[in-house]
Design a protein around this ligand. Structure first.
Ligand code: SAM
Length: 217
């Protein structure tokens, strides 16, 4: 076996261990979500110098002072989003591109926005060949030209639920978003109905700030 094959085997082993001990052990058993995570090589989404930490049970620092989310949080949010093969999904906060990769294993219809150009460029290079639409800009305003979406996922913490994102959901659509201040955040799943929204509080979490016109200024 070549050194490269041996390394690939070690990464695969680390990934399987991560899924078993951090994700399945905490109650996420959705086979489509687990299979998507198993197919994506997380080590390719973290800076070279900390690649050996890629499967640790925590968020990690990436370029431009941002973070790649903890594996469990990525799995949890993906499960909460309930994405099928034809679901139109808008992701806000492309970051490393890892969550985008997982989502693109589940749907062919994915749009992703990042405010930092350098991150968007690196992520789009990592994800070349996948059917994903990238944009650099303020995701708190959504992507009106491509709306409406069935699902919107925000991977940065907002002070409150941005109205433009609710406006860009179909009736029956859902938004998964962390809301709170920098110390205390709660993940929310919000379902949009024709005459109202229903808010389901999920787990506590900690994300970097969602900075934009309809978020933190
Ligand atoms: N999903 C990412 C991943 O898998 O690596 C993690 C994203 S990181 C926790 C949050 C990202 O949201 C950062 O890259 C940050 O620059 C971005 N962000 C913050 N405010 C934004 C905004 N208004 N529009 C788009 N992206 C934003």
């Amino acid at each position: 076996m070549s050194d490269e094959d041996e390394q690939a085997d070690r990464w695969q082993h680390a990934r399987r261990e991560m899924i078993a001990t951090q994700i399945e052990a905490r109650g996420i058993g959705d086979p489509r979500v687990l299979a998507a995570i198993e197919r994506v090589p997380r080590e390719r989404f973290v800076p070279e110098a900390i690649r050996h930490l890629a499967h640790d049970d925590c968020a990690l620092a990436i370029e431009a002072d941002q973070t790649i989310s903890q594996p469990y949080i990525v799995a949890y949010m993906t499960h909460a989003l309930r994405v099928g093969p034809n679901t139109r999904v808008l992701e806000i906060g492309t970051g490393s591109g890892y969550q985008s990769a997982i989502l693109s294993e589940l749907t062919q219809q994915l749009w992703t926005i990042e405010r930092i150009a350098e991150l968007s460029r690196t992520a789009s290079e990592r994800l070349r060949g996948r059917d994903i639409h990238f944009r650099v800009g303020d995701g708190s305003l959504g992507w009106p030209e491509e709306a409406p979406f069935d699902r919107i996922i925000v991977t940065a913490a907002a002070p409150s639920v941005p109205q433009p994102l609710l406006d860009q959901l179909v009736d029956g659509g859902a938004l998964v978003i962390p809301v709170g201040d920098s110390a205390n955040q709660r993940l929310l799943a919000i379902t949009k109905l024709p005459d109202r929204t229903i808010e389901h509080p999920l787990i506590r979490c900690r994300f970097v700030k969602f900075i934009g016109e309809a978020a933190w200024q």
